[in-house]
Design a protein around this ligand. Structure first.
Ligand SMILES: CC(C)(COP(=O)(O)OP(=O)(O)OC[C@H]1O[C@@H](n2cnc3c(N)ncnc32)[C@H](O)[C@@H]1OP(=O)(O)O)[C@@H](O)C(=O)NCCC(=O)NCCS
Length: 147
């Protein structure tokens, strides 16, 4: 893999992030850059969330968001939900997605977490192969109800 830097997202990354979300079919309508930057700042100030970007030659080429869920079950260990994982289409299959997930794993392990989970649309066969190579298994059925 080229010299990719994995770091926390900041409001200055807003344009790069919006471009990545345009490449993620499930992003829905996107906000303007000002509103998006405010949300990035809000996430950054939330200790129960981790918002990462992958940077290559000063360009944002990948991102993932992790939500940490505190819980009383499983000896009160937290777990993590992975969301909005996307790598720029010009840089896929070069190890960036793996590097983003590895940083998520490092973080949830460091706070005693026991599980990472995610949902991925039935249409995303490519992404499913990626997640299975990353050690995830489709062991449960996900349900959603849009409001
Ligand atoms: C899914 C996605 C995030 C993977 O990121 P990536 O940077 O391309 O993945 P990596 O290069 O780190 O790949 C890690 C491993 O998965 C494999 N892999 C990646 N994409 C794959 C694919 N489409 N089909 C099969 N295997 C794949 C790689 O070959 C690699 O395996 P290896 O370690 O044996 O070489 C990226 O393809 C993407 O952004 N897709 C579009 C958005 C999307 O579907 N996001 C997921 C929403 S749930």
């Amino acid at each position: 893999m080229a010299d990719v830097l994995i770091r926390k997202a900041s409001p200055e990354d807003v344009d790069g992030l919006l471009e990545l979300y345009r490449q993620l079919a499930s992003s829905g309508e996107l906000p303007n850059a000002g509103n998006a930057a405010m949300v990035i700042e809000l996430i950054d100030s939330n200790p129960w969330m981790l918002y990462l970007v992958a940077e290559l030659d000063d360009v944002v080429v990948g991102t993932v968001t992790m939500v940490i869920v505190p819980a009383v079950t499983h000896s009160a260990q937290p777990w993590a939900q992975i969301e909005h994982m996307v790598v720029h289409e010009a840089h896929r299959k070069t190890g960036i997605g793996h590097a983003l997930l590895a940083r998520c794993e490092e973080h949830i392990r460091s706070i005693g977490g026991y599980k990472m989970q995610l949902q991925s649309s039935n249409q995303r066969d490519d992404a499913h192969e990626f997640y299975e190579r990353e050690g995830f298994s489709a062991s449960s059925v996900g349900y959603q109800r849009y409001l």
